[in-house]
Design a protein around this ligand. Structure first.
Ligand SMILES: [Zn+2]
Length: 404
């Protein structure tokens, strides 16, 4: 399976300039191509093919005076920007025609110099390499100093260089990693993802967000309030914005770290892991709190999914066709809806006293077991799962810093 390995890099001022140029050129090609496709559509002309587009916005553009500077960066960077646009279009069309699972994908949007995340991708064609001195050599940029926090398991097929909103630089390598099944265990676990705890397990364990994360989130909210009071265009506003970006990055890093530790533990200790398919619509809380938790859960379940595939475990999401918090996990009687403030309830049929979240997690486990037995009369294992590929510039979320 393909995995991403991310490392912090420290470009010199000169390399930063070269990278800024590469970001700018990639953005220009992406935007020119998007504009060309939109113009063609508005004029009722046929959809421009990838090859026609490449000729138009790269090859021919380089010969014009106002795009001649595109030649100053690696051609691969430009082709990859175009590849990003084509992927965005493909996802959009597939989603619009119902051929793609999950949330609706929006049409490609123009990139901006002000986007919080700037990125360029170098493939093997670009002849990037890790030098004998353990630096990352990029064409027309130079040899970047890398903090290697672990070894790459194999030769990378591409590297994306990212600058995040906090001004940090990362190199994200795509490598082919072989699956390494762990010895089988008998453990099975159902997980309920909620707002009172990050996760509640069917064995009764409740996992809260780490205190350090809550503290960081509090600081971030405060910094956001400060920012909102600063006058537009002022130097103080810029300073406040930089602080928000920095705290944001810290929260994201801490959250990811926590999710990695928890998902690794769950996959190591259990042969099968079941999670309720995310549906936060029915949960309370403000819209912001929901979107934060939504993103955190999506990240966590994605980790569970690829780690399960990699280590030979079963992972499944349980559909929300039955309200897991209303059914007694002991006798199976549906006890009716309960307001969110009801944390403990007694089953009217069998008299069992339930912790709302643990009961839900037990139901997730039971549903997961039933599903995997139904699938073909025996325990099934999911096939190989593609690595989570948050590729260059297609998302505006902060850069990931670790795949374990
Ligand atoms: Zn009962």
């Amino acid at each position: 399976m393909q995995l991403r390995y991310n490392f912090r890099v420290y470009p010199t001022p000169g390399q930063r300039q070269a990278l800024a140029k590469a970001f700018g050129c990639a953005r220009t090609v992406f935007n020119d191509a998007l504009r060309a496709r939109e113009a063609a559509r508005a004029a009722g002309l046929p959809y421009l093919s990838d090859a026609e587009l490449s000729k138009l916005v790269i090859t021919q553009a380089k010969r014009t005076p106002d795009r001649a500077w595109l030649a100053e960066v690696s051609a691969v960077v430009l082709q990859q920007a175009l590849a990003d646009l084509n992927t965005a279009y493909r996802n959009f069309f597939a989603s619009a025609m119902g051929r793609r699972k999950g949330r609706k994908v929006a049409a490609p949007k123009f990139r901006s110099r002000k986007d919080s995340r700037q990125a360029v991708r170098f493939t093997r064609n670009a002849r990037f390499q890790v030098t004998a001195g353990r630096r990352l050599r990029l064409p027309k940029v130079g040899d970047l100093r890398v903090r290697w926090s672990r070894a790459l398991p194999s030769e990378p097929s591409s590297v994306t260089v990212i600058r995040d909103a906090a001004g940090r630089y990362f190199a994200s390598f795509v490598v082919e990693a072989t699956d390494t099944p762990l010895p089988e265990t008998t453990g099975e676990v159902g997980i309920d993802l909620g707002l009172t705890h990050f996760a509640v397990l069917s064995d009764g364990r409740k996992i809260a967000d780490p205190r350090i994360l809550r503290r960081a989130e509090r600081r971030l909210r405060k910094a956001q309030r400060v920012l909102s009071r600063k006058q537009r265009g002022s130097a103080n506003r810029a300073k406040a914005r930089a602080r928000v970006a920095k705290l944001h990055a810290r929260v994201a890093d801490t959250r990811r770290d926590h999710a990695h530790k928890l998902s690794t533990m769950l996959i190591r200790d259990n042969q099968a892991v079941y999670v309720e398919d995310l549906n936060v619509a029915g949960l309370g809380g403000t819209r912001l709190a929901k979107s934060v938790h939504d993103a955190a859960w999506a990240q966590f379940t994605a980790m569970l999914e690829y780690k399960a595939a990699r280590y030979g475990r079963t992972f499944a999401k349980i559909g929300r066709f039955e309200p897991t918090s209303q059914i007694c996990s002991v006798c199976g009687v549906k006890d009716g809806p309960k307001p969110l403030n009801v944390r403990i309830w007694t089953c009217g049929a069998c008299g069992t006293i339930h912790d709302r979240d643990v009961n839900a997690a037990k139901n997730v486990l039971a549903a997961g077991r039933a599903d995997s037995l139904n699938a073909c009369g025996a325990q099934v294992r999911p096939g190989s799962v593609p690595a989570p590929r948050g590729e260059a510039g297609t998302r505006s979320k902060p850069a990931p810093t670790g795949v374990r």
